[in-house]
Design a protein around this ligand. Structure first.
Ligand code: 5AD
Ligand code: SF4
Length: 470
């Protein structure tokens, strides 16, 4: 008998990155087309889904605790189905069922269509789906916010960062067809979406595996000499570029903001930065993961850039876009990292003055090259002490950097009520800063706000009525 005999309720718990959040939205969309309703709490659900992450050990252990809870619920209500998707599931594959026999279905990242196949099967037996199959067919999405949407532009990753589990969980890189993406964003805009975030493991590698005979937009020609050449017959044409995708989606009526994550420092090129400078829709923020400041460590990480190259890229960005916000990811205590090499990370951080940074203690992931470097592992207390120094420096810069907004009037896209004061509103600036402010408006509306205060993380202000009535 199909599980869909009567209306069922699902609950999805999401761990990890935006890619997973997007996958979860697609799972929800797919489940609703199958007749499921969303349960407010796991206790009320017939189907408990976990979309997992494996990036660091802490992500694994958090998830395992949640699974324990699911097991207890299943004991109380044996009809409950438990599904585990995403990167952790992919990284442990069939072991899922050995270690957690109460799991009914397990599937890799993006394989939401397989979940549908499982749920609509005539009989339910434990199943695992881990083959990469490229892009799933168009799936309905249940968006968290009506006016914001993720758009996955590529799957997989061809890089081999020695600490990273992603290439083994998400497979080879493959770009989604350009026309399909432009169509998708056009549909989203027609549906009321104002802000899109383009997602990929290395977004600026987008399009290298695609070919077209379309001419490049004029504004991008100076950056691509080769693209000027006419494509002769039999010629498959030029590759697509990330900069032209940004240009095309920013041009779609109704799209007010375009973000993307994450680019790789080795591939952030002048054309993309020129698009930031020229197009107001392309947000004033770039997330540029540094990972480490020492060239020797960067090499061991297989990042394919060194300290100087990273600093040069930042200089190029700041020259074209002096006010842009820069954020980053940094790993401390990579195997073999000496005190002097850690100091180089601090030096780069001090030189760049990031607006914000996500900082991580190195955590060995199974199957990665760095996990094998056991005799060079940095002792935990050393990692923790380095982390404290790094966080102090990052915080100092963040505090200093947000001050530049005080006294300015900035456009804020309202996201909802302030989390600390329900009389105030909360929104985000193009620079990706959260603003709590006094004013009025509805989620999805963009209003001018005069910034009156700033902490390292958030801005505060008052809606500017003068500008509004002008
Ligand atoms: N240990 C610690 N941090 C890691 N990251 C990725 N893999 C690891 C690991 N094994 C961090 C990187 C990456 C971010 C998403 O997570 O900084 O950019
Ligand atoms: Fe995202 Fe990486 Fe975690 Fe997978 S392992 S969910 S790609 S952060």
């Amino acid at each position: 008998m199909s599980v869909l005999a009567d209306p069922k309720r699902y609950h999805v718990t999401t761990f990890g990155c935006q890619m997973n959040e997007h996958d979860s939205e697609r799972m929800k969309g797919m489940l609703e087309t199958l007749g499921y309703d969303e349960a407010q709490a796991p206790e009320d659900a017939d189907l408990l889904l976990f979309n997992t992450c494996s990036i660091r050990e802490s992500a694994d252990s958090r998830f395992v605790a949640h699974l324990g809870h699911a097991k207890r619920m299943k004991k109380e209500r044996p009809g409950v189905l438990v599904g585990v998707g995403g990167c952790w599931a992919q990284s442990v594959k069939d072991e899922v069922f050995e270690r957690f026999p109460f799991v009914d279905v397990a599937f890799g990242p993006g394989q939401i269509n397989k979940l549908a196949e499982f749920l609509t099967a005539e009989s339910i037996t434990a199943q695992g789906y881990f083959e990469f199959e490229g892009f799933p067919a168009h799936l309905p999405t249940k968006r968290n916010r009506d006016f914001q949407a993720w758009v996955q532009i590529a799957v997989g990753c061809n890089l081999k960062c020695s600490y990273c589990i992603v290439p083994s969980t998400r497979g080879r890189e493959s770009s989604r067809p350009y026309e399909q993406l432009v169509d998708e964003v056009t549909r989203l805009a027609a549906d009321g979406v104002k802000e899109i975030t383009l997602l990929g493991q290395n977004v600026n590698a987008y399009g290298r595996d695609l070919r077209t005979s379309d001419p490049l937009p004029d504004a991008l020609l100076p950056f691509h000499e080769a693209a000027k050449r006419p494509t002769g017959s039999g010629d498959k044409g030029r590759p697509r570029t990330f900069a032209e995708l940004l240009t095309a989606v920013a041009d779609i009526d109704g799209i007010e903001r375009v973000r993307y994550t994450s680019p790789h420092p080795k591939d952030i090129r002048e054309d993309v930065v020129a698009v930031h400078a020229a197009l107001p829709e392309v947000c004033d923020h770039i997330h540029l993961p540094l990972q480490a400041g020492s060239s020797r460590i960067l090499k061991k990480m297989r990042r394919t850039y060194d300290k100087q190259r990273f600093l040069d890229r930042v200089a190029m960005i700041r020259e074209q876009c002096p006010d842009i916000s820069l954020s980053t990811d940094i790993i401390v205590g990579f195997p073999g990292e000496t005190e002097e090499e850690f100091q180089e990370t601090l030096e780069v951080v001090d030189a760049v003055r990031f607006d914000s940074a996500f900082t991580f203690v190195f955590s060995p992931r199974r199957g990665t090259e760095a996990a094998e470097m056991t005799d060079e592992f940095v002792p935990h207390p050393v990692k923790v002490e380095r982390m404290e120094r790094l966080v102090a420096l990052v915080q100092k810069h963040a505090r200093e950097r947000t001050q530049r907004f005080v006294g300015r009037t900035v456009d804020v896209l309202i996201e909802g009520e302030s989390r600390t004061d329900s009389d105030r509103l909360r929104g985000r600036t193009s620079h990706n800063k959260v603003v709590n402010f006094t004013g009025f408006g509805v989620p999805g509306q963009t209003v001018p706000v005069e910034i009156t205060g700033a902490t390292s993380q958030t801005l505060s202000g008052e809606m500017s009525l003068l500008t509004l009535s002008a």
